[in-house]
Design a protein around this ligand. Structure first.
Ligand code: FMN
Length: 387
């Protein structure tokens, strides 16, 4: 893998190895994909201050996330259908992140179940909750996650209706999925992926099938999923979840300083500044651009993470300079998984680590905890926040 030097290298291999419908599922945003593009592009508005003549011989990339040490300030973001990028994708990604010393987040809409991941890892992982209409299902799901040792819950706030992704509609990957000749051709043109899938633990949503009332087979599963995202979900419903969760809670999908302040006043331990990787509200600003305003509003009252468009250690550095506790990555690790399974996820994390370490040193800094706005020049985005 010595020629795999950046996330785009992994992405190019994944494109060749994963059937088109699943590759497109990862590499797409909603509607015109304006926000999807902005997430990556806006990092380039921030420039580093190069400082020299500093002893940078010993450098540290460690931080604490939710009270636990992490080897680099990165967590794997929750990603649905991870097990369709590669056989047993969630288990492999969880193992790679555990070996690397960073948290893995399992999505409600994963292919491998909570129990599958717990049985195949040693450390606890984070769990992500989509709030569904079936409240008994949610209660059981939260209990299952806690029984499996999960201590941190991410509640996703920005997907109570689904943003339309044209690629999924065109590929027939919306509920209920249509099996077409084109799907069969796509699978047959990726024989290594297809052979792997024959040995996969699961092929459908493992947290749902056999656990949600009335969901026993594939057909009932897809209609259940289509009906279940709860558009009536609001802030007041969060208490009901909090009463059932003994561990820490991070609200994911916060993009506005007022919402961030509300989360902080309600006592949540953290937020993820996120627009769902540009898959929901197209036209929303890039996360890196709203991050400083959220941090200025909330201060150090809780841990503030960001995700969206992070593709290198330089991007991680910029987020930390603006005040983030750390970042989550979604597509980068999915591309690694699609390209080379567990080894690809590890390679993705190595790329993040090495480029972060080098950037830290070239900034004239030795500890990621010391990074601040004094290390960057950044454009003022105040126009987004006209009173
Ligand atoms: C294919 C895909 C599936 C996703 N599924 C979920 C999910 O199940 N739950 C969730 O909260 N976020 C989900 N997200 C959003 C990610 O958690 C994260 O916010 C986003 O990927 C960050 O942007 P990035 O991909 O540019 O790193 C998904 C993102 C992608 C790309």
């Amino acid at each position: 893998m010595k020629n795999i030097l950046n996330v785009s290298d992994l992405q190019n291999i994944a494109r060749k190895r994963v059937p088109k419908m699943f590759y497109d599922y990862a590499d797409s945003g909603s509607w015109r994909e304006e926000t999807y593009a902005a997430n990556q592009n806006d990092f380039s508005h921030i420039k580093f201050k190069q400082r020299v003549g500093v002893n940078i011989d010993k450098r540290s990339l460690e931080k604490k996330f939710m009270g636990e040490k992490v080897s680099i300030p990165v967590a794997l973001a929750p990603v649905g259908l991870c097990g369709m990028q590669h056989r047993d994708g969630e288990i492999l990604a969880a193992q790679a992140s555990e070996e690397f010393g960073i948290p893995f987040t399992l999505s409600t809409m994963s292919i491998c179940s909570i129990e599958d991941v717990a049985e195949n890892t040693k450390n606890s992982f984070w769990f992500q909750l989509y709030v569904m209409r079936d409240k008994e299902f949610i209660t059981r799901l939260l209990a299952r996650a806690q029984d499996a040792g999960c201590k941190v819950l991410q509640i996703t706030m920005d997907l109570n209706i689904i943003g339309q992704r044209h690629a999924d509609v065109r590929n027939g990957l919306s509920a209920p999925p249509r099996l077409t000749l084109s799907h069969i051709k796509q699978v047959l043109s990726r024989p290594t992926w297809a052979l792997g899938m024959l040995r996969a633990k699961r092929h459908v949503f493992g947290n749902v099938i056999g656990h949600a009332k009335g969901v026993t087979d594939n057909a009932s599963l897809w209609s259940w999923v289509a009906e279940q995202f709860d558009a009536s979900f609001s802030w007041k419903d969060l208490d009901w979840i909090r009463n059932q969760w003994k561990g820490k809670i991070i609200l994911k999908g916060i993009m506005d300083p007022e919402d961030a302040l509300r989360a902080s006043k309600l006592g949540y331990e953290g937020i993820v500044v996120s627009n769902h990787g540009g898959r929901q509200l197209d036209g929303a600003p890039a996360t890196i651009s709203v991050l400083p305003y959220i941090i200025d509003k909330v201060g150090n009252e809780m841990e503030i993470y960001m995700d969206g468009g992070v593709r290198s250690g330089q991007d991680i550095c910029k987020a930390l300079c603006l005040g983030a506790q750390g970042v989550l990555i979604g597509r980068p690790f999915l591309y690694g998984l699609g390209a080379y399974g567990k080894k690809g996820v590890t390679r993705c994390l190595e790329i993040m680590r090495d480029s972060l370490d080098e950037t830290l040193g070239l900034l004239g800094e030795t500890d990621v905890c010391d990074l601040g706005r004094n290390n960057i020049y950044y454009k003022n985005y105040k126009e987004f926040f006209l009173e």
